[in-house]
Design a protein around this ligand. Structure first.
Ligand SMILES: C[S@@+](CC[C@H](N)C(=O)[O-])C[C@H]1O[C@@H](n2cnc3c(N)ncnc32)[C@H](O)[C@@H]1O
Length: 291
């Protein structure tokens, strides 16, 4: 059964910033490559390996069942390496492939502790578990203005670095913004029509409210729900946590802890900051109790 008392400090071996944000090692790709295929490193929304391990250790005991309804590349499956049983749900083929490739490389006794199910979590849930640790998708990923041109090129059988015109000639992408956007979300792994990330903020929130209710049904009383979310900028900072605070509470969860960690900055974000641009430098970890 999940840990009942969260009296100990979370991740005590890591330092904090002056604001109290936890400082997990920002670069985790060497560690990730020990467990996952190389291509996973370029996935845009995976969780930090060190943070995930700490959450698993903090919220669960060996043999507990951890559920991740938004499995992504499968970072949560690492829990099997410390004796947890982990179930990941995921919609997109590419992510299922990443997880299964990883599991195929793992020793059978570790693999046996993991389950991966493909489908829409709104139809697969509830799934009985001791704890949920997850990072939900973001609304409106279609709003992106750029796309991963190299990946689109690769899909069209062209060399990385192909120009937009070459892509258009190959029929891989049009020269209009509308088609670019289509390719953008494909490149960002939001191909499936049921991907919640494709919804506008309004409908996304309504669907997430359903997911929270289904998670409440899934977790055994006394177990925890950990949600990892990062705010973003549109015209100003969009506080995703405001919605989460209301919606998880409405589903019946009680807020236990609200932590922040100093998240990695890309070279791109740093360059934009030097020019006076804004960047989100913290990621939220909200721990909820299923009472
Ligand atoms: C933020 S990512 C999770 C990343 C993951 N924690 C990792 O470390 O790789 C959210 C995931 O939710 C998946 N997703 C979106 N809508 C879904 C749905 N309706 N059912 C199941 N998974 C969904 C997306 O494909 C995406 O992989």
């Amino acid at each position: 059964m999940a840990k009942i008392d969260l009296g100990e400090t979370f991740a005590p071996q890591y330092q904090r910033t002056v604001a109290g944000w936890i400082q997990f090692p920002q670069h985790d790709s060497t560690e990730r490559k020990k467990f996952f295929p190389e291509e996973v490193s370029s996935h845009s929304s995976k969780n930090n390996v060190y943070m995930v391990r700490e959450l698993i250790d903090y919220l669960t005991e060996p043999r507990d069942v951890i559920l991740d309804p938004f499995g992504g590349t499968g970072t949560m499956l690492l829990g099997a390496w410390t004796g947890r049983r982990v179930m990941a749900l995921e919609l997109e083929d590419i992510n299922i492939e990443y997880m299964n490739t990883a599991r195929a490389m793992w020793p059978p006794e570790i693999r046996a502790l993991t389950t991966v199910a493909q489908g829409d979590c709104r139809t697969l849930l509830p799934v009985v578990c001791d704890c949920v640790i997850t990072s939900p998708p973001y609304a409106a990923v279609l709003k992106g203005t750029s796309y991963n041109r190299d990946r689109v090129a690769q899909r069209a059988g062209l060399e990385a670095g192909a120009t937009k015109t070459e892509l258009a000639r190959a029929g891989a992408v049009g020269t209009t913004g509308a088609t670019d956007r289509g390719e953008f979300y494909k490149a960002q792994y939001a191909e499936h029509p049921k991907n919640l990330g494709r919804l506008s903020s309004f409908f996304f929130r309504a669907e997430m409210q359903k997911v929270y209710r289904l998670l409440f049904e899934s977790i055994k009383p006394g177990g925890y729900l950990a949600l990892i979310t990062r705010d973003f900028h549109q015209k100003e900072r969009v506080y995703l946590t405001n919605d989460v605070l209301k919606d998880a509470a409405r589903a019946g969860f009680e807020l236990s802890q609200w932590l922040k960690w100093e998240c990695p900055q890309s070279a791109f974000v740093n360059a934009s900051k030097l020019k006076g641009g804004r960047a989100i430098e913290d990621e939220d970890i909200m721990i909820w109790k299923r009472v």
